[in-house]
Design a protein around this ligand. Structure first.
Ligand code: HEM
Length: 135
């Protein structure tokens, strides 16, 4: 038993990093970024980023979750970023998956209307027929 003793601790012991701390690292030489409640040191990744270094630099030193999600990054990108993880963000995830936005689907209302509207028309027709037959 030997090699793993000095290995870095897994995410369980991850350091909690504040926004103030993240703010200090917003340059090309020292670039941190917050995405989904996690802090990444992407200094070494800047030149490799397929979307260019400028776009990530502009979003550095802050919570860039919405910018990251807006691009619709692939699973490859999601896996890639794990390599640069340095700690948990104090402010948590600003856009957790399955959050309000995702759940409040406009489709639910539409489906309900598709069912209720014909039902209302049928009931109205029955009511009218009933009324005319009584006379
Ligand atoms: C550690 C964080 C990031 C990683 C690992 C990463 C990785 C990648 C990868 C692998 C791609 C190629 C397309 C794909 O596979 O999705 C990509 C494209 C791109 N990324 Fe990122 N990215 C990161 C952060 C960001 C941020 C914060 C922004 C915006 C502020 C951003 C903006 C873009 C843009 C604009 C493209 C180009 C999309 C296109 O050409 O269609 N990325 N990124």
């Amino acid at each position: 038993m030997s090699t793993s003793e000095n290995a870095p601790a897994p995410e369980v012991d991850a350091k909690v990093i504040s926004l103030d701390e993240v703010n200090k690292h917003n340059s090309e030489e020292d670039c941190w970024i917050v995405i989904h409640g996690k802090v990444y040191d992407i200094t070494k990744f800047l030149d490799e980023h397929p979307g260019g270094s400028d776009v990530v630099l502009n979003a550095s030193g802050k919570d860039a979750t919405s910018e990251y999600d807006d691009v619709g990054h692939s699973n490859t990108a999601n896996k890639m970023m794990k390599e640069y993880f340095i700690g948990e963000y104090e402010g948590g995830d600003s856009a957790p998956e399955g959050s309000a936005q995702a759940n409040a689907s406009p489709g639910a209302f539409q489906t309900l209307m598709q069912f209720l509207l014909p039902l209302a028309i049928i009931l109205l027709a029955l009511y009218v027929r009933n009324m005319t037959q009584q006379k």
